[in-house]
Design a protein around this ligand. Structure first.
Ligand SMILES: Cc1ncc(COP(=O)(O)O)c(C=O)c1O
Length: 386
């Protein structure tokens, strides 16, 4: 059999990511590939760094996209900052906190866990208690936007606590960047990683990261080499360092970087604060519609992510059958529950260019038809008209 070109169906992506990609971004992807040391490409790389500084709200010089997905950004932070024997406080309130613990241990560090409740923000009081009980800890790590639970933690407060106790911070912002307020410099975040496939509405496969001077000092004063050659920032910097003559490290994913550049230009055109507000407005309408169908949100209102909405599966509804029907009849993807929440919740994403009135009404309309309910779109419209 001759295998033919692959043509994916056209879906509306309202799950936990990837989200819908801006047409301008897919167009940028198809531009001619040029050499990754071509002066024109190098100029664009500098712009990508500057645009990422805008998105992260930082002046950190060490701000760049790692050439691999969010998990590689996570590994970059842990592999570079955690040395064997380092004590790291890890907050776990969902799946991605659990991965942080795994990273600490693989780097030879000792993970001290602050166990949180699924569907709730990390508890600052529990973090403070753990910091006090472990004065030899050197890093605090937590997930700003837990994609498995839809909870948003108070990154500003947690970073302030870390600083009071002389700890660096590693923050997962894979789902928050571009969708929720995030202030790397103002909140004193030391190491942060994100992904391109969520609120930036870019294709998956790159991981923006940023490191403060305090983090850079720790990396440069390591007693041991970073275990991963590919993710060693001392080497990556030779390739991404501004102004300096670039040294070959690896072949950058040239076209993916055109795509990221375009998505960040779009973010800048909209204005990041406007993007945060837009996510919140559509979230408010979506929640009104879901609640009008008698469904309940999992996360308390003041800890909810606007861009990822966890809703309890109504009694009598068949999780997999409903999601299949949405996919097959409406070309609409919503997410299943993950980990402890598998089979109990749906995860409805409003990320990046998917956060629109059209999408909210489409999703609510499809859900009410499949579930045999009513009143959802009217409730959402009432929010839009208020
Ligand atoms: C909070 C969080 N951290 C890390 C990751 C891992 O990112 P990736 O799947 O791009 O490797 C994800 C992916 O969904 C995520 O939501």
């Amino acid at each position: 059999m001759t295998i033919q070109s692959f043509h994916p169906p056209k879906r509306t992506l309202m799950g936990p990511g990837p989200s819908d990609v801006y047409p301008r971004v897919t167009e940028a992807l198809s531009r001619p590939t040029i050499g990754h040391l071509d002066p024109e490409f190098v100029r664009m790389m500098d712009e990508v760094k500057e645009l990422l500084q805008y998105a992260f709200r930082t002046e950190n010089a060490l701000t760049l996209p790692v050439s691999a997905p969010g998990s590689a950004g996570m590994e970059t932070c842990f592999a570079n900052l955690v040395e064997p024997g380092d004590k790291v406080i890890v907050c776990i309130n969902g799946v991605f906190g659990m991965r942080m613990k795994e990273n600490v241990e693989r780097c030879g560090g000792e993970a001290v866990i602050v166990q949180g409740e699924w569907g709730r923000a990390v508890d600052p009081a529990a973090v403070e208690e753990t910091l006090k009980a472990n004065p030899d800890a050197v890093i605090l790590s937590f997930v700003h936007a837990e994609t498995s639970t839809g909870a948003r933690s108070d990154a500003e407060k947690l970073c302030a606590l870390a600083r009071e106790h002389n700890c660096l911070t590693i923050v997962d912002a894979v789902t928050s960047l571009g969708g929720s307020q995030l202030e790397v410099d103002a909140w004193g975040i030391d190491a942060i990683y994100s992904g391109t496939q969520k609120c930036l509405s870019c294709v998956p496969g790159l991981s923006p990261v940023s490191f403060s001077q305090r983090a850079v000092d720790k990396i440069q004063n390591r007693k041991t080499k970073v275990q991963s050659w590919f993710l060693d920032l001392n080497l990556v910097m030779g390739y991404w360092g501004k102004g300096a003559k670039r040294a070959y490290h690896h072949t950058a994913p040239v076209n993916d970087l055109y795509a990221l550049h375009e998505s960040l230009v779009i973010l800048q055109e909209e204005g990041i604060e406007n993007a945060w507000v837009r996510h919140q407005q559509h979230h408010n309408a979506l929640v009104a519609g879901l609640e009008a169908m008698g469904m309940s949100m999992v996360v308390p209102a003041d800890e909810r992510l606007a861009q990822l909405n966890l809703v309890t599966i109504p009694e009598g509804a068949d999780d997999a059958a409903v999601r299949s029907q949405l996919l097959n009849d409406y070309n609409l993807e919503i997410g299943a529950g993950l980990g402890d929440f598998a089979g109990k919740v749906w995860r409805i994403g409003l990320m990046g260019c998917a956060a629109t009135k059209t999408n909210v009404l489409f999703c609510l309309g499809a859900l009410q038809a499949v579930l045999g309910k009513s009143g959802a779109t009217e409730a959402a419209m009432a929010v839009y008209n208020s």
